[in-house]
Every structure is written in C-alpha cells, then in structure tokens.
Design a protein around this ligand. Structure first.
Ligand code: HPA
Length: 274
C-alpha cells in the first residue's frame, strides 16, 4: 500500500465525515445492494474519488460513495462501493476500504454480496449467511511485507466469521420471519461467470455459493482483528440455470430481494453489542 495515498484518504474521511471515529460498525454493499444505505438516516457522505487509496470503480450497480448512517442511536459506515480483483487493481486497493475502517476504530464489519447458487438448497432470491469461505482467487491480499500495525504476519483463518454475530443474525432473521440460509462462499477471480463444469467442481469441493468479492476484505478485516459477518444474496442458480447468467439479472434480483436484506440489517444493527 502506498502510505501517502492511504494517509490522504484517511485525512479526507476525517475531514468529510462527521466524527467518523465514533461509528464502530461498517457495512459494505454488494452489486445491486447499494440501497442498503437507506438502512437509517443518512448523515453525510463523501465520494470514493476523494479516497485515492481506493479509487473510483466503474461497475454499474455500485453507488460510489462512503456514508455515515444513523440508526436507532447507532452510527454505521456504509460503503456503497468496492473494488474487485477482476478490475486489475492491486489487492491493496481491494482492501483499502477495510484498512481505512480499521484505522478509524471500526470493530464490526458486515459484508454483503451477490452470489450464484451452487447448492440445490439455494434458490434465486435467497439470503445466505456466510459461515465459512474458500479463497479461490489464488491471491492473498496480505502477500508482501507485513506492517505489524495492520496485524500479525500469519493470521488465523479457522473461524473468520464471528460466531456471536452469526447467531444474532440468525435469531433476528427468525424473529423477522426472514428465511435465512447458511453456507460456504467461494470467491473466484471473475470476471467471467462459471462454466457448468466449474460450478460442479466448486460444489464438489464444498462451496454453496460463488462470487467475486468479500474474501479479500474478510482476510484484511480478520488480520486487523475485526469481528466479521457476511450475507450473500443469491441472484442466480447454477443448479437450475434460467439461461445464461447476466449482470443485469444480478442487479435486478439485488434490487428486488435486497429489501429483505435491508429489513434484516435494520432489525439487527440496534441489537449488536458495542
Ligand atoms: N458467479 C460469480 N459471481 C456472481 C455470480 C455467479 O454466478 N452471481 C453473482 N455474482
């Protein structure tokens, strides 16, 4: 990571957002899910173009601003943009948002994403809480010299998703009457969607859903000692494909089923312990 760009980005957040250090929770929104910013009252936001460590992505469906949102006495960062491996950017750019959150003192991170279903249990429109992941990108964002201020050289990854947060999410979903599945997420490089054989391969290797994000961010967040949860919205199925997978379909299902995810997060956030 270029330290100057990182420090400039941190300064921009401190300048552009009200008391960013007192919001201890963050949400990163996936494809078609940027409406999750409506989770509460929008206090202030700044454009990712002001954060050179992250840079401005170009994929439709990602909103492009970093918000602070207030919800029932709680303040949360909502990042309506993320960088992906397939954009050809450095891994340090993919995880810069999470590193900035860590430096601002954020201790809990909820990542959302759009994913393709590999398990026959998953249907289009389902929400799946990620219980574990497989890094199928064959890249690790921590490769390179380790700055001990970010975390240890060899971080444990045996339980990346916080158990307590996971149980609270399950309980909240139950109370809200929201059907929430659980499963393993595999992150692939993309940007192609999977061939039928690839989908079968990853299913055989233990994945329930496939996407192109989240895992690098989870690795960086765990490195920094954050508590992490992730929820996938199943936008297409590789078991019962309705024809070719398209980005438009992913965005459309995100818009439709994203409302349930919004409701789940709205009920969850006030209940999260500090
Ligand atoms: N594969 C990879 N990424 C995705 C998919 C998929 O089927 N659906 C949404 N994101």
């Amino acid at each position: 990571m270029n330290n100057t760009l990182f420090e400039q980005s941190l300064a921009a957040l401190r300048r552009g957002l009200p008391e960013p250090e007192t919001a201890d929770l963050a949400i990163v929104t996936g494809s078609g899910l940027s409406r999750l910013v409506e989770i509460g009252e929008d206090e202030e936001s700044i454009s990712f173009s002001e954060l050179p460590a992250v840079g401005q992505g170009a994929v439709a469906g990602h909103g492009g601003r970093w918000h602070i949102v207030r919800l029932g006495g709680r303040r949360a960062h909502v990042l309506r943009m993320r960088r992906h491996f397939y954009e050809g950017v450095a891994q340090s750019q993919v995880i810069a948002g999470v590193r900035l959150l860590a430096r601002l003192g954020v201790s809990r991170l909820i990542l959302t994403n759009a994913a393709g279903g590999l398990s026959p249990r998953l249907r289009v429109g389902d929400l799946m809480r990620v219980t574990d992941h497989i890094n199928g990108q064959h890249r690790n964002p921590l490769i390179g010299p380790n700055d001990e201020r970010n975390g240890p050289r060899f971080p444990d990854m045996s339980e990346p998703y916080d158990r307590e947060m996971g149980e609270l999410i399950d309980e909240t979903a139950r109370e809200q009457g929201i059907d929430l599945k659980r499963g393993v997420y595999v992150a692939l490089a993309g940007p192609t969607y999977e061939t039928r054989s690839e989908a079968r391969l990853w299913r055989t290797l233990g994945a329930d859903a496939v996407g192109m994000s989240t895992v690098p961010e989870v690795i960086a967040a765990r490195h920094a000692g954050m508590r992490v949860a992730a929820i996938s919205l199943i936008t297409n199925s590789h078991v019962r494909p309705q024809g070719p997978t398209t980005h438009e379909e992913v965005l459309e299902v995100g818009e439709r089923a994203g409302r349930r995810l919004l409701r789940l997060l709205q009920a969850l956030i006030p209940r999260l312990p500090p």
